[in-house]
Design a protein around this ligand. Structure first.
Ligand SMILES: [Zn+2]
Length: 330
């Protein structure tokens, strides 16, 4: 899939293909933007474009031998570094520095992509500083991150940063409708709950989503009716256990919770039901909206956002969840 077929971030795409077409790409790029908006895919497609044997206006042709190998992840001049465990190891970054000096096997370019580039301690980052500053003219390095400010300033300043943004839900809906056979209401739901992140739209399993949504709707009802303490504590325990097993499972539920609250918030303001992401359950959301106020639901959204911050700072899950739910129920 060449760059021209990706969705969203059209300006970034044009800037990249224009520069690639004129052979004016900077030697080090930093792709920054929220998780799931396609940064890594853009990096891999850019790698394909600059190694392609028959590029079309700076973009990959998609069918030459080089493009075929790149698409299969077997191109000798395209190297992707992902963190081993939670970090990029120092040894791996030293490999990067060495490999950056290799001449391209295919006589065009070598492209090195570093995914989750912020997952680097200072020593690993220092191992690639010199390489970022002066790679050979045939090497292109692309760092990908959703936390650009966690990178060392010395790394950031050696790269040209390109910012990626979430896509419009309509663009995601059109993209999904074009590629997958699915009932229209499911495509619509996926596009809406993706919050502009194509990665999320592609990776969401709707049956899992609906199950999580059922749980979170129950929780909202419990909280909004000033639910009894025991049930709120049980809910906190359940969520804490979920997070203990798998952090991302808890995050997914909190995302669902916030999305539902945003929908209910819109409905309390008499917003049109068309703006609702969970468009397949509008009647239930409308009932919830009529039993609460915009102010109260906004407070719940704030409380969940604060909870997420605390969890990111490694607060004790159970205590943080109980504090949020009981504090709100009170
Ligand atoms: Zn090609």
């Amino acid at each position: 899939m060449p760059l021209r077929d990706l969705i969203g971030n059209e300006r970034v795409e044009r800037a990249l293909t224009r520069a690639a077409g004129r052979d004016r790409l900077p030697h080090a790029l930093l792709f920054a933007g929220p998780e799931g908006v396609g940064k890594r895919t853009f990096a891999l497609e850019l790698a394909k474009a600059v190694t392609c044997h028959e590029p079309v206006d700076g973009d990959a042709c998609g069918c030459c031998e080089s493009c075929t190998r790149a698409a299969a992840g077997e191109h000798p001049d395209i190297r992707v570094f992902v963190p081993e465990g939670t970090l990029h190891k120092i040894a791996a970054m030293r490999d990067l520095a060495r490999e950056a000096q290799f001449r391209p096997f295919d006589n065009r370019r070598r492209v090195i992509v570093v995914d989750d580039a912020h997952k680097m301690r200072d020593e690993a980052a220092n191992a690639i500083l010199k390489t970022l500053e002066e790679p050979p003219p045939t090497t292109l390095i692309v760092l990908v991150t959703d936390q650009p400010y966690s990178l060392l300033g010395t790394i950031r300043s050696r790269c040209q940063t390109l910012r990626f943004a979430p896509a419009e839900p309509e663009a995601i809906e059109a993209y999904l409708a074009d590629r997958f056979r699915r009932p229209a209401d499911e495509t619509r739901l996926l596009a809406r709950i993706a919050s502009g992140r194509i990665g999320r739209a592609l990776s969401t399993d709707l049956s899992v989503y609906r199950e999580q949504r059922k749980e979170m709707l129950g929780l909202i009802e419990l909280v909004m009716t000033g639910g009894d303490r025991l049930r709120l504590m049980k809910a906190a325990q359940f969520l804490a256990d979920t997070g203990k097993k798998d952090k991302s499972e808890l995050e997914a539920r909190l995302n669902v919770l916030v999305d539902l609250c945003r929908d209910i918030y819109g409905l309390t303001l008499d917003g049109p039901a068309e703006g609702v992401a969970n468009s397949d359950i509008v009647p239930r959301l409308t009932t919830l909206a009529s039993s609460t106020t915009a102010e109260r639901i906004a407070r719940l959204i704030d409380a969940v956002e604060r909870l997420r911050d605390r969890l990111r700072q490694n607060a004790n899950r159970q205590i943080a969840l109980e504090a949020m739910l009981l504090g709100f129920g009170a």
